[in-house]
Structures are given as C-alpha cells and as structure tokens.
Design a protein around this ligand. Structure first.
Ligand code: CA
Length: 221
C-alpha cells in the first residue's frame, strides 16, 4: 500500500512517514500543495493524507483538482481547523475522512485502514462523465469538483442520463423512469426538468454534456 503525505510542517510529515513505514506502508511526502498535486497525478497512490493549510496551493484546491481530473484516490484531510463548515466542505469536495490536529497517530492509522479496506467496493456506485461525477451512495453530484445542488428528481434524472451515457433516451422513457408515469400526450414535463438541470450542470461550463437530439430525446455525452 502506497501513501502520499502532503504536509508542509517537516517534523509532522517525518513523523507520519515513519509511522506509516513502521506499519508496512510505503509513504512519500510532499511539502507543498503544488508538489503534492504533481506527485498525485504522476504516481499511483492508495491513499493521500492531505493537510489543508499549505503554502501556495492549499489542500482544498489540491483535492478539487484531483477530483476534477477524475482521480478517485481516497483522501484524509488533516487540519487544525475544527469548524463544522470546514469539515462539511472537506467531505463535500470528496474527502473520505477528516482529522483535526492534534490527533493520535493510532487514530489516523485506524481510519486509513478502514478506508483502504473499503477500497474498490465503492467504485460501481460512482458514475462519471468528463468532469461530472455522481456518488449514488452519498447522494452527491459534482462537476469540476464543485457540488451540484439538485432536487431528488433532478438527481434521478441526471443519474439516468449518466448511467446510460451515449444513448439517446426518449422523453417517454425518461418520464417513465423518473416520474414512474406514462406520458402519452404531454412530455413537456421532461423538457422543463431538462432545462432546469442544464442550468445547474451545463450553464456554468464551457463543455456541454446534456444534448438534445431533435425528434428523438436527450443524450448525455
Ligand atoms: Ca500546514
């Protein structure tokens, strides 16, 4: 198991590296967010321990970049901050866990092992297209690492399009799958919902993912 520790305090980084090595892990360290991001992109890690307060690029930005790349590596945030909104922000950005300093190494090790055990079992619950991703377990959708605020129906609609990406779905099929009803005459409800969804998913971005196929329906690609 290979771990990357991104932490600018040399003593803390050395301490963590030693701890993980003694427990059978291979651990690399990076002293800045920029170096850490570079290593995470070029090497293959099973887990990243990520400090939030770093010189230059901070931990938030490192994680957002990785998730925008479609990099799924599990991440544990380390922070001196313990405000609830920081914790929530970390988890929303796609961190797997969050530890407030000071902490006992044994606790970090235990959490790391839990996450690594959970490992690939999470994969099928993650849907992805380009920089859009949906986690069906935590019920979260993100684009470019930024959480999307979706209603329950919008979440369902987007997950249907994403699960069958590249396939043109008729309005009738969408209406049946998302609303559970047969709309023989009026499928306008689908068009309205798609329009709302586009506002959230596509409008803020250059690359559009949801496309209209005239006379046929909608496709996500
Ligand atoms: Ca720091």
């Amino acid at each position: 198991m290979r771990i990357l520790i991104i932490e600018d305090e040399k003593k803390a980084a050395a301490y963590l590296q030693k701890g993980f090595s003694e427990n059978g892990f291979t651990a690399d360290t990076a002293e800045s967010g920029e170096d850490g991001l570079h290593l995470a992109r070029t090497e293959d890690y099973d887990l990243i321990i990520l400090d939030i307060m770093l010189p230059g690029r901070d931990g938030w930005s490192v994680l957002a970049e990785l998730r925008a790349d479609g990099n799924d590596v599990p991440v544990i945030y380390l922070s001196a901050r313990d405000a609830v909104h920081d914790r929530v922000r970390g988890l929303e950005l796609g961190a797997d866990d969050y530890l407030v300093k000071p902490f006992a190494f044994s606790e970090l090790l235990a959490r790391a092992r839990t996450i690594l055990r959970r490992g690939p079992a999470r994969q099928p619950e993650l849907l992805r297209a380009d920089d859009l991703e949906m986690d069906l377990v935590s019920h979260k959708a993100r684009r470019g690492g930024v959480p999307l605020e979706l209603t329950a129906k919008e979440f369902l609609l987007l997950s249907l399009l994403l699960r069958r990406k590249g396939e043109v779905l008729s309005r009738t099929l969408i209406a049946e799958q998302v609303w559970g009803i047969n709309f023989d005459s009026d499928t306008n409800i689908v068009d309205v919902a798609i329009r709302r969804l586009r506002r959230k998913v596509d409008d803020p971005h250059e690359r559009k993912l949801i496309h209209t196929v005239r006379g046929a329906g909608y496709v996500l690609e």
